[in-house]
Design a protein around this ligand. Structure first.
Ligand SMILES: C[S@@+](CC[C@H](N)C(=O)[O-])C[C@H]1O[C@@H](n2cnc3c(N)ncnc32)[C@H](O)[C@@H]1O
Length: 296
């Protein structure tokens, strides 16, 4: 199996994890996911006992932290299109469709086998609406029908775009990570406003014996090497601006609404939310401005 195919078991496990925490829909919980999530729970209890902090708190902090910045991009920047790369069996697309209806176009993507599975699970009760799609995309493909660029061709540059990766970048070796980030920056550059959101683990925050043991155990659980790409906020800024982004912010989940409580638990603050923009934020479009004006 290729490295990418080996990642999939963790997508089954997290698929059930989000359901278990009330962040997803029961349709995205599979028998494989329930089994693997059981193993994952036992594994996280062990790492907690060894002093590695709660991996559950970390997962919840990263998910809620990305949601918080996605909310900001939608409500403040007036962006109304989202492409989630490597979405696996995450329930975020469904949650945002339920919250925003057809005002938001949400395209969930993953490698073909996972995209097909997700579409099948979500379409059990009928076809998805046009504003919520599941499509095959390889985050490393620079051209062709399975590239991010091909998905971007179907979107409206004026409506802006958020691109999300959650739980992907640490599986990619450094050169592949740079390639994926460069393709994301290039794609966002085609839009009026463009925001990239991801979970990130800074080496500077995670350099302890407990974390090294924890990393090794996690690598063995997911059956592949994990890569920490960024040392510090400064390094994140330099590396991502070098790849084509204009502005880079690294958020602590302690400062993000909805994520603070998870970040306050031991281990929950080991993750950060990376936000990279294609350009300085531009004035929100008229519709978003008038909604906010009415709400005041
Ligand atoms: C750990 S799972 C995370 C799933 C989801 N984002 C979540 O947080 O629950 C990683 C996902 O990355 C996908 N993946 C791996 N390599 C990829 C690539 N080159 N392009 C797109 N997706 C990829 C896998 O198929 C898998 O669904």
């Amino acid at each position: 199996m290729s490295r990418s195919e080996r990642v999939s078991p963790t997508a089954y496990a997290t698929g059930h994890f989000w359901v278990r925490h009330g962040l997803s829909d029961a349709r995205l919980s599979t028998p494989q996911g329930r089994l693997l999530d059981g193993g994952f729970s036992a594994f996280t209890q062990l790492t907690q006992r060894l002093g590695g902090g709660s991996l559950e708190a970390l997962m919840l902090a990263r998910h809620a932290g990305i949601d918080a910045r996605l909310d900001h991009a939608i409500e403040t920047d007036g962006i109304s299109q989202v492409v989630e790369l490597a979405a696996g069996l995450s329930g975020r697309g469904l949650r945002y469709r339920q919250r925003h209806g057809e005002r938001l176009t949400y395209i969930e993507t993953d490698l073909p086998h996972m995209a097909t599975l997700k579409a099948d699970l979500l379409e059990q009760d009928g076809p998805l609406p046009a504003h919520h799609q599941v499509r095959p995309v390889d985050a490393l493909a620079d051209t062709g029908p399975r590239s991010l660029a091909a998905i971007a061709d179907t979107l409206d540059p004026e409506r802006g775009l958020v691109i999300i990766t959650e739980g992907l970048m640490n599986y990619l070796p450094p050169a592949a990570a740079d390639r994926a980030w460069a393709l994301i920056a290039q794609t966002l550059g085609r839009f009026r406003a463009g925001v990239y959101l991801s979970d990130v683990y800074l080496l500077g925050h995670n350099r302890s014996l407990a974390m090294a043991a924890f990393g090794l155990m996690l690598s063995s659980f997911v059956r592949g090497r994990l890569h920490l790409h960024l040392h510090s906020t400064e390094h994140a800024k330099n590396r991502l601006t070098g790849l084509g982004f204009a502005e880079v912010t690294v958020w602590s989940p302690r400062d993000l609404p909805g994520a603070e409580a998870h970040a306050a638990r031991a281990g929950g603050d080991r993750v950060r939310v990376l936000e990279a923009r294609n350009a300085r934020p531009q004035a929100p479009r008229k519709r978003a401005t008038s909604r906010r004006t009415r709400a005041r």
